[in-house]
Design a protein around this ligand. Structure first.
Ligand SMILES: Nc1ncnc2c1ncn2[C@@H]1O[C@H](COP(=O)(O)OP(=O)(O)OP(=O)(O)O)[C@@H](O)[C@H]1O
Ligand SMILES: [Mg+2]
Length: 326
């Protein structure tokens, strides 16, 4: 809100912005909002004035950057660059839909590193990752390498996505592959990972419903752990409204409001909320709005109706809560 005003004015002090927006609130919020934009370079601080620059900061280290569809609000890309150089197996831990998989995929794409994703939650079994004998068109049987075997031979990055959902056979093989020798025993010998092979895994935090604990042996093999959280409200707004989605000016205010509601439900103090919307819902609600749907309706389809599977009582509760947030 204050950022939009600053864009209009070009430059202003915090109290000028506060007065110009003319709404109840706290001037501390002006500073908090401006600080987030200063991080992106869109706003510069000069004395007691904030200046709208309209461009990103020169200093790459300080910059929160967009990499195509990935907005690196956590500055994960430079972090992953560091760990990739060391080739220490790395774990990204965080709530669902906070961008873990997207970050690793974007990292591999930016650096043009061969990348294999192993979606552990998709019913992946040991033979999918190691390989199996397959009958060929001419009837003879031939060995075909699985995802992990191919990736270790080729080098680059293997991402064990949602590792806690891996079945025991996969976990056992991973245990073997992540041993200091980086080897995998096949039917006809041993495969050694190509120099520079880098295993990464993503997993949901344990407070996330349905998440089971990772066996200690595997956990200890991923010696670098990075906690990835949802963005702050401003970062999420910048991510969607200014960065990743190309939102036409006419829809910006509604999209910003929708993102605030998604975040409100996500962070709701209610203990029994069986599901909390992630950035996926923020993206979806903004996309519906840009497509011409009215704000309240878009929120119904993305944030409210999901709760009907737990009964009308909880759905109606969320419905009312959404009204209070709009
Ligand atoms: N930093 C980001 N920049 C742009 N889009 C993002 C970002 N983070 C999340 N998203 C959006 O949220 C979606 C979910 O991201 P992603 O699949 O990477 O989450 P995740 O943390 O791997 O979730 P899960 O734990 O459920 O696998 C993305 O497809 C994208 O639309
Ligand atoms: Mg994921």
């Amino acid at each position: 809100m204050y950022f939009e005003k600053l864009k209009e004015l070009g430059e202003a002090t915090a109290s000028e912005l506060f007065r110009a927006c003319g709404e109840g609130g706290d001037i501390v919020e002006v500073y908090a909002e401006m600080e987030s934009y200063v991080k992106t370079g869109l706003v510069m601080k000069m004395g007691n004035k904030f200046l709208y620059t309209g461009k990103s900061v020169e200093n790459e280290e300080e910059q929160v950057r967009s990499y195509g569809e990935y907005y690196d609000y956590n500055k994960l890309i430079p972090m992953l660059e560091r760990y990739y150089k060391l080739k220490i197996p790395t774990l990204l831990i965080g709530p669902h839909g906070c961008g873990k998989t997207l970050a690793v995929t974007a990292f591999a794409r930016i650096h043009n590193i061969p990348f294999t994703n192993i979606p552990c939650s998709a019913g992946i079994r040991e033979h999918h990752i190691v390989g199996k004998y397959v009958e060929q068109a001419d009837g003879h049987i031939e060995w075909e390498d699985g995802l992990l075997t191919r990736s270790m031979k080729q080098g680059g990055i293997t991402c064990f996505d949602e590792l806690t959902t891996a079945d025991d056979g996969v976990i056992l093989r991973l245990d073997e592959a992540l041993d200091a020798r980086r080897e995998l025993t096949l039917h006809n010998g041993v495969v050694k990972a190509k120099e520079g092979w880098w295993p990464v895994a993503t997993l949901n935090s344990l407070d996330h419903i349905g998440t089971r604990q990772l066996p200690t042996a595997i956990l200890s093999r991923f010696a670098i752990r990075v906690y990835v959280d949802y963005p702050s409200s401003l970062e999420e707004e910048i991510l969607l409204v200014e960065s990743v989605l190309d939102i036409p000016p006419a829809h910006k205010a509604d999209c910003a409001k929708a993102v605030k509601v998604v975040r409100g439900v996500r962070k709701s103090k209610t203990e029994y909320l069986p599901y909390r919307p992630s950035i996926r819902e923020s993206v979806a609600v903004c996309s519906l709005i840009v497509g011409g749907m009215e704000l309240r309706q878009a929120l119904k389809y993305t944030v409210i109706d999901v709760y009907s599977q737990w009964g009308n009582e909880i759905k109606d509760g969320v419905d009312e809560y959404v009204d209070s947030l709009i």
